[in-house]
Design a binder for this molecule. Structure first.
Ligand code: ZN
Ligand code: ZN
Length: 215
């Protein structure tokens, strides 16, 4: 088992525990948590904390809000029961559930130069999420971000100006970061990436292609 070096922040785990995030980020976080003992333990603590706060407020509640609260606790109990389940070898279980199968069931669209992506359908539009497959040695198009971007490595590794990201590592980028992730030589890098708002590309052709590829 490789060591995960890049984790989720407490703020992100708290927002996830509280159910405050768009579905696209929830999927990336659930997938990382299923791969990462450390984040799973921290999330368990936040889930328990959320339940304790709700119990304390119970006596002061009207009927309607009590009902809403019970539904939330029900959701939390399910959330607390999150345990690592086995996926298909590349995809952890939360991702298998979303895709409806393993790596072989992904319907890829070519991005050029051997790179490909598959956009996953989400129930809300707060953020989008896609699978990316980048051949070893190839770069993702040069881009900045108009919002938060979360990239989780499932297989292989990539490097950018900042660091190296291997299986289970999560890179958080925002509008302050312009980076060029490059897949490490020798192995195709498969990532799960959620982005809030459209990315703006720096070179002309990818910018023109953006409405088609929805990167
Ligand atoms: Zn982690
Ligand atoms: Zn990026």
């Amino acid at each position: 088992m490789t060591t995960i070096r890049h984790h989720l922040s407490d703020e992100m785990l708290l927002a996830y525990s509280a159910g405050d995030l768009p579905e696209a980020f929830n999927l990336v976080i659930a997938t990382h948590v299923s791969m990462c003992d450390e984040c799973r333990a921290r999330l368990g603590a936040f889930d328990a904390l959320g339940g304790a706060v709700i119990e304390e407020d119970f006596s002061a509640m009207s009927d309607g809000s009590l009902e809403a609260c019970l539904m939330r606790i029900d959701g939390m109990a399910q959330a607390t029961a999150r345990a690592p389940r086995r996926g298909d070898g590349v995809f952890p279980a939360p991702l298998v559930d979303y895709v409806g199968g393993g790596l072989e069931s992904v319907r890829w669209r070519p991005l050029g130069l051997g790179a490909k992506q598959a956009i996953l359908k989400m129930g809300d539009t707060g953020a989008s999420v896609r699978l990316l497959s980048i051949p070893g040695g190839a770069a993702m198009p040069d881009h900045g971000h108009s919002g938060l971007e979360m990239t989780l490595v499932l297989k292989g590794a990539f490097r950018d100006e900042k660091d190296r990201f291997g299986p289970g590592d999560i890179e958080i980028a925002d509008d302050s970061l312009e980076h060029t992730p490059v897949a490490e030589d020798g192995e195709t890098c498969i990532c799960l990436a959620a982005t809030q708002g459209p990315l703006r590309f720096n070179s002309l052709i990818p910018r023109l292609a953006q409405p088609f590829f929805r990167i």
